[in-house]
Design a protein. Structure first.
Ligand code: RIB
Ligand code: CA
Length: 311
C-alpha cells in the first residue's frame, strides 16, 4: 500500500476547486492551501478556500498569494462561478482566517520541510511561477506537480478557442513551470470534460444528507446552470478534482509522456498548451498528459468523500 501522498493545493475557489479540496482531504495529507486570483479576485478565492475548509471541518492553513497575473491583465470567470466565486450555497459566517499573505515563500518552505510532496495547482500558475523564480531549489524537493490546466489539440480551450482558463489567465507563469525539467501531470480539458456531473449526480450528493454533500449539491446546481447558460447543456465538467485524483488514484488515468510548450505570442493561440504528440512515442518528454479517466470511479470517490462525516 503506497503511503498517503502529502500535498499542497494552490487554488482559486471556484466550484470545482472546492470539490478538489474535499477529495484531497479524504485521500491525501493536505499540508496547506495557497490561494491565487483566478475564477474571482484574491480576497474572494481566499474567503472561499477558508469557508470550504470550515464546512468540511478541515483544519489546514490557508495563505494568500498573487492578486494578479505576472504580465497579462487580470480576468475572472464570474460568469461561471458567480460574483462570489462560489455562488449557489448559502455560505456560513466565516470563523476561520488565513494564516498569512506569504503563499509564494511558504510553497518553498513546505517543499523543503516535506521532501517528496506533491504540488497541485488548480488555478492560474502565478504563485507557482513566482515561487520557482524566488526559490530555485523548490522543484527539486517535490515528487511532482499535478495541474488542472491546458488541453490537447482535440479539446484545447474554453476561455478562448485554443486556450484553457488557468493557462490563458497567466501564460507567462505557465511557461515558467513548463520550461522546467520537473515531473508534471497535466489534466487538461481533453480529460476533465470526460468527468461530468448532471442534475442526477447533484441529487446523489444532496441525498447523502451530510454538510459536505449538501454543499456540493448546491455548488453543482449553480455550476450546471452556468454550463447550461454558457454551453447549452446541463452537464458540468468537474475539472479540478482530476488533478487531485491524478496524484491519489493515478490508476484511473491513461497518460502519455509528452513535451508541452506554452504559446505566448500567437494572435489566436496565446495561452495554448502545445502538446507534441509526434513520434517517437512514449518517454519523449517530462509531462504526463492525461488522455483518459475512469469517470464512473472518479464520481464514486467524490460521492464517498462527501458521504463521510465532517472531519
Ligand atoms: O478551465 C477550468 C479551470 O478554470 C478550473 O480550474 C476552474 O476552477 C477554473 O479555474
Ligand atoms: Ca480552479
Amino acid at each position: 500500500m503506497d503511503e498517503t501522498p502529502r500535498v499542497v493545493i494552490d487554488c482559486d475557489p471556484g466550484h470545482d476547486d472546492a470539490m478538489a479540496i474535499i477529495l484531497a482531504a479524504r485521500h491525501a495529507e493536505v499540508l496547506g492551501l495557497t490561494t491565487v486570483a483566478g475564477n474571482i479576485g484574491l480576497d474572494l478565492t481566499t474567503r472561499n478556500a477558508l469557508v470550504t475548509t470550515q464546512i468540511m471541518g478541515l483544519d489546514v492553513p490557508v495563505r494568500r498569494g498573487a492578486a494578479r497575473p505576472l504580465v497579462a491583465p487580470p480576468r475572472d470567470a464570474a460568469h461561471v462561478h458567480g460574483q462570489s466565486g462560489l455562488d449557489g450555497p448559502t455560505l456560513p459566517h466565516l470563523e476561520r482566517s488565513e494564516v498569512g499573505t506569504d503563499a509564494v515563500d511558504w510553497l518553498a518552505t513546505a517543499a523543503r520541510d516535506n521532501p517528496g510532496m506533491w504540488l497541485i495547482p488548480i488555478g492560474p500558475l502565478t504563485n507557482v511561477a513566482l515561487a520557482i523564480r524566488r526559490h530555485p531549489d523548490l522543484l527539486g524537493h517535490l515528487r511532482g506537480v499535478s495541474i488542472m490546466g491546458g488541453g490537447t489539440a482535440d479539446k484545447p480551450g474554453n476561455l478562448t478557442s485554443m486556450a484553457e482558463f488557468n493557462i490563458a489567465v497567466d501564460p507567462e507563469a505557465a511557461a515558467v513551470l513548463f520550461e522546467q525539467e520537473v515531473p508534471i501531470r497535466m489534466c487538461g480539458l481533453n480529460v476533465t470534460h470526460q468527468f461530468g456531473a448532471t442534475d442526477a449526480e447533484a441529487g446523489d450528493f444532496r441525498a447523502l444528507g451530510t454538510a459536505t454533500g449538501v454543499f456540493v449539491a448546491d455548488l453543482l446546481e449553480h455550476y450546471i446552470g452556468a454550463y447550461e447558460r454558457t454551453f447549452g447543456i446541463r452537464r458540468a465538467a468537474i475539472h479540478d478534482p482530476c488533478a487531485v485524483l491524478a496524484v491519489t488514484h493515478p490508476e484511473l488515468f491513461e497518460f502519455e509522456r509528452r513535451r508541452v510548450h506554452i504559446e505566448l505570442t500567437g494572435t489566436h493561440t496565446r495561452g495554448m498548451t502545445v502538446v507534441d504528440r509526434r513520434q517517437p512515442g512514449p518517454g519523449d518528454g517530462p509531462v504526463e498528459v492525461a488522455m483518459a479517466i475512469d469517470a464512473d470511479r472518479a464520481m464514486e470517490l467524490l460521492v464517498d468523500a462527501c458521504a463521510a462525516p465532517a472531519l
